[in-house]
Design a binder for this molecule. Structure first.
Ligand code: 5GP
Length: 190
């Protein structure tokens, strides 16, 4: 998606360790117009999938997920990284965080992920694919049907797409901008 690529080149920052900082328009300040355009494109890519639920993981996936959910007229569920006292029964899985360098549990209430749901997972980044595989595991536990994964930005040099493809060869995975390399202050896009 050209407009997103241009914005990454204009305002993205390449940080050490293969991290792309996009705090100016996705992760801290959010460009709501750009985010909505991204949601429209994701909706177009998954229009044939009869989605009944959007799943994301807090916090940075929530904004794009809500906009996709709005367009799909589907509820949006965000997996939580801490167990609220008010949550009884839940599905839980462990995810390794690439940016934080540690494992954490993510969970979803059994009330909000069900057998029969046709789930689209939305997130800001696809890096190593750990968050995505964790969400797939939550869907499996719930008996929900995972029908696709959509990302704003994919870092193709971190192997996430291959990891997802080897676990789910038929799953449609789409990203709106693909970063092929991050150097010392440089960003390469496909
Ligand atoms: P993965 O599980 O695919 O390794 O990483 C995905 C998660 O890590 C995303 O939810 C995203 O929040 C975070 N992440 C991974 N790489 C980056 C990055 O380069 N920049 C930012 N801002 N977040 C990232």
């Amino acid at each position: 998606m050209d407009i997103l690529k241009q914005r990454i080149l204009k305002d993205g920052k390449s940080l050490p360790g293969g991290i792309l900082k996009v705090d100016n328009f996705i992760n801290h300040q959010m460009d709501s117009v750009l985010m909505y355009q991204c949601a429209e494109e994701l909706m177009r890519l998954f229009a044939d999938k009869k989605i009944t639920k959007i799943l994301t993981v807090e916090a940075s996936g929530i904004a794009p997920a809500v906009l996709v959910g709005y367009l799909a007229k589907a509820p949006v569920v965000f997996a939580k990284k801490a167990t609220p006292k008010t949550m009884d029964k839940h599905y839980v899985t462990t995810v390794h965080s690439f940016t934080k360098g540690r494992d954490y549990d993510v969970l979803v209430s059994k009330e909000y992920l069900n057998a029969g749901d046709r789930v689209l997972f939305i997130d800001d980044f696809l890096a190593c694919g750990n968050a995505a595989l964790g969400m797939a595991d939550l869907c499996r536990q719930a008996g929900a049907d995972l029908v696709g994964m959509g990302f704003l930005v994919e870092k193709s040099f971190q192997g996430g797409r291959e990891k997802i493809a080897s676990a789910f060869p038929d799953l449609r995975v789409e990203s709106l901008a693909t970063v092929t390399g991050l150097g010392d202050g440089t960003i390469e896009l496909k």
